[in-house]
Design a protein around this ligand. Structure first.
Ligand code: NAP
Length: 344
């Protein structure tokens, strides 16, 4: 860690993957958050990595290999923001090097990889990984959770949730709607309800003309929890009109809805309108800021508290069942083991 003056200890971070969210994390670590500096970057495309970091730190070192970045002496902690299927190898490499690592969701795309990561962390005897599930840091979800846990709407019975993206590219295929998209709901709903899933089913309604050959869109994912709560999540990634996240919890005495982001309502030309966000970066901007600040603070204090590898593992177990349910159209069981003491 660098110390310019005794008050200003900075965590030296290396970022692997400098696409959409990697670049955004470089910006927030440099301009919005405190206690960190970006000293190194790596991407399969080194030119992109250089372009992403230069406006924020022209002296940052660009590595061709993510593993070399992880093992660099002047890198204290790593942010992994490369494509999902590459996360596991980098997380394992960071744990092996004894470095703190923030891994964007998903932690890994197979249960076996998640188990290997958990084993490696257990072997180190302390938490080194924070997973990029940022919704529990969102003010709206936090208020919703408080209403549920204070018993204001009585016991939750049902949840109706919606995850809509404006559009996705041709490389986005059906199973990605689970591991790339639904994974946020799989994490946040479990946290919101303090409950575990026991089964999943997927239903495909009439398909939109805006989808392509390799993507079934939209779909409805039905989940059941241990306590019998029924959840339906609409995943619709070519909805055309914007980025829209909804969550409505129906309890015995009332319902509680996730608030929409604040937006000015406009009375103009015989119309009353409010705009809808189109970019996920804006919808959860404060939550991203808080999660990464918490990661930085945790690294500096030697104690991580954010979403753990166990959260990543449990979400992956549920996601694998959902992917299977996409193929079988049957109700697929979900079995979540008890967590080791480190994650309780
Ligand atoms: P992206 O724009 O495609 O960026 C990923 C970058 O990683 C690309 O530059 C890609 O290069 C590079 N890359 C691919 N394989 C690599 C490897 N082995 N080593 C180093 N770099 C590699 O994707 P993104 O939208 O930023 O998403 C990145 C990750 O963050 C994904 O896991 C995604 O699910 C997650 N994410 C999370 C949130 C959230 O809300 N928490 C939001 C967005 C994304 P190429 O393009 O050449 O392959």
């Amino acid at each position: 860690m660098t110390t310019k003056n005794p008050q200003e200890i900075k965590l030296r971070i290396g970022v692997i993957g400098t696409g959409a969210i990697g670049s955004d994390h470089i910006r927030r670590c440099t301009h919005t958050l405190s206690g960190a500096e970006i000293v190194a970057v790596s991407d399969v495309n080194t030119e992109n990595a250089k372009k992403a970091v230069t406006p924020y730190n022209p002296n940052a070192r660009v590595y061709e290999s993510g593993h070399d970045l992880i093992n660099a002496e002047n890198v204290d902690a790593v942010i992994i923001a490369s494509s999902g299927q590459t996360h596991a190898e980098y997380v394992l490499s960071a744990i092996k090097a004894g470095k703190y690592v923030f891994c964007e969701k998903p932690l890994a795309t197979t249960i076996e990889d998640c188990q290997n990561i958990i084993q490696a962390e257990q072997d180190q005897g302390r938490r080194l990984v924070q997973v990029g599930f940022m919704r529990p840091y969102d003010k709206g979800y936090r208020e919703l959770k408080k209403i549920i846990s204070d018993g204001i709407i009585g016991s939750p019975l049902m949840v109706h949730a919606v995850h809509r993206n404006q559009k996705v590219g041709e490389s986005y295929v059906t199973h990605m709607s689970i591991f790339e998209t639904l994974i946020h709901e799989l994490d946040v709903l479990r946290w919101l309800l303090n409950d575990d899933y026991i089964s999943a089913q997927v239903i495909f309604p009439r398909q939109t003309n805006y989808t392509h050959e390799k993507l079934r869109d939209p779909q409805i994912v039905l989940l059941e929890t241990k306590s019998g709560i029924r959840i339906d999540v609409e995943v619709f990634v070519n909805c055309q009109y914007g980025y829209d996240i909804q969550c409505s919890v129906v309890g015995e005495k009332g319902t509680a809805n996730l608030p929409d982001p604040a937006a000015v309502s406009l009375r103009l030309g015989e119309k009353l309108t409010t705009s809808i966000l189109t970019d996920w970066k804006d919808r959860f901007i404060e939550a991203y800021d808080i999660e990464i600040q918490e990661f930085i603070n945790g690294c500096l204090a030697g104690q991580l508290n954010g979403p753990s590898t166990w959260n990543g593992y449990v979400a992956a177990i549920a996601a694998v069942a959902c992917v299977k349910a996409q193929d079988t159209l049957a109700i697929e069981p979900i079995s979540i083991p008890d967590s080791p003491a480190m994650y309780k």
